[in-house]
Design a protein around this ligand. Structure first.
Ligand code: AMP
Ligand code: GLY
Length: 426
């Protein structure tokens, strides 16, 4: 099987790492990839949003399977594009069409979907520029804090948790009238604030059958103790102790099954990942958001725990044969720590030489924002590498991951030293 992975982060390096371990793997390409994927696959210098160039590369390299990493090409319709061209129709793909990707691409769509199919979620209303006055009045009757969400994709920045009514009104006006998040905030969902512990649940589906992948906990804030600005994710752990059998049963029955039934009822043929961001609110699951892809850095702890052939799972997903696929999960603990460039998540440094990774022996290195240049590996993004430790105990997995984060060196490096410690205490 010749495979192309679209994307350039730690998630895509983890996909590539697992796929090269498969006996089914022939040639592996990543577009555009990073310095890590360059070591185990062929990087193609193509943007994952350039569908024509991707199509050319698929035909030129006899690619049988395309796995889409990030949300943007999904929301822009990469699957629909392949289906619309006769010579590309046969190409297998993991990733939903544009309609399915609206679960992530439009908060208004996903909230309506949840309401229609009885998926538990926070109470909400959607407003536009034309209904701004109604929105401002609506805010007056809501409890604080209150959550405002840009409808469209906003690179993880479109959510505002307002602590006061003034802040909420100001934010709503900025989003709708001043287009704070561009087109993404032409609609704004105002949502009740839910307290509880967050959990990431991942479902792999071919539209009929599904597998629940290992769950994970993400560390979103830049600072230790979950303080400071939001990031793409500073680390992750899997398994998560509060994802008990009882809680996961509730997730399957109250969230996953109605979601699958809803997709069918809407006529959405979904072949891909569904990443469900959940709040455990007083022991019950509530959906915070859907994503049409895997999480990053969650993938870097989820994939190491999947024992079955990952490429076989991807092929089965694309071929509507997931019910036949072997799926087993390791009981080991996986912890990943992300090392980031100085300044991230604000303006950050780029082009610093990375050293020290050769001395990492007890952890798996997943490159994210890196690029190869003249035999060196340079920083090329905010999140530079994710370092995953695995062990029979959470404590040892943390130690391995943290030791690796310490060993990798570049100017301005920063990482959180508390990844997994809250879970250890739980
Ligand atoms: P999202 O972009 O939807 O993942 O939201 C970003 C973060 O905002 C989530 O991971 C939560 O921590 C927080 N958040 C979103 N919606 C809510 C909510 N209704 N109640 C509490 N926190 C929320
Ligand atoms: N780590 C969160 C995400 O991938 O959206």
């Amino acid at each position: 099987m010749n495979t192309l992975i679209l994307g350039s982060g730690g998630r895509e390096h983890a996909f590539a790492w697992r796929i090269t371990q498969s006996t089914l793997c022939d040639k592996l390409f990543v577009a555009p990839g990073n310095a890590g994927t360059a070591q185990i696959a062929t990087n193609l210098p193509i943007s994952y949003n350039d569908f024509e160039k991707i199509a050319e590369a698929v035909l030129a390299n006899d690619i049988d399977l395309v796995i889409v990493g990030p949300e943007e090409p999904l929301v822009k319709g990469v699957r629909d594009y392949f289906q619309s061209r006769e010579e590309l129709k046969h190409v297998l793909m993991v990733g939903p069409d544009a309609h399915g990707a609206m679960l992530e691409g439009s908060k208004d769509f996903s909230k309506n979907f949840m309401a229609k199919y009885g998926v538990p979620t926070a109470k909400s209303e959607t407003f536009t520029k034309d209904t701004l006055e109604d929105g401002l009045r609506y805010l007056e009757d809501q409890k604080l804090p209150i959550v405002l969400k840009a409808d469209g994709l906003a690179a993880g920045k479109g959510v505002i948790i307002a602590l006061s009514l003034d802040e909420a009104k100001e934010s709503l006006t900025e989003m709708l009238v001043d287009a704070k998040f561009g087109d993404a905030s032409s609609k704004v969902v105002i949502e009740e604030f839910l307290t509880g512990i967050e959990l990431s649940v991942f479902v792999l589906t071919d539209g009929d059958s599904y597998k629940i992948l290992p769950e994970a906990k993400d560390y979103k804030r830049i600072g230790e103790g979950d303080t400071g600005l939001n990031t793409g994710g500073m680390g992750a752990v899997s398994p998560v102790p509060f994802a008990t059998e009882k809680f996961m049963e509730a997730v399957e029955n109250q969230v996953i099954k109605p979601t699958m039934a809803g997709l069918k009822a809407e006529g959405i043929k979904y072949n891909g990942f569904i990443f469900i961001g959940l709040m455990n609110h007083e022991g019950e699951p509530y959906v915070i958001e859907y994503n049409a892809r895997m999480g990053d850095p969650e993938t870097e702890v989820v994939l190491p725990r999947i024992e079955s052939d990952f490429l076989a799972l991807m092929i089965a997903t694309a071929k509507n044969k997931l019910h036949e696929a072997d799926f087993t999960v390791s009981k080991q603990h996986a912890v990943t720590t992300v090392v980031v460039a100085g300044g991230y998540p604000g303006d950050y440094r780029k082009g610093d030489v990375i050293v020290g990774y050769d001395s990492v022996k007890d952890a798996t290195i997943f490159h994210a924002g890196t690029k190869p240049e003249n035999g060196l590996v340079l920083t090329n993004g905010g999140r530079v590498m994710a370092l995953t430790g695995m062990s029979n105990t959470l404590e040892k997995a943390i130690q391995k991951s943290q030791k690796a984060a310490q060993d990798v060196l570049f100017d301005g490096k920063y990482y959180r030293k508390d990844i997994g410690l809250d879970v250890l205490r739980y």
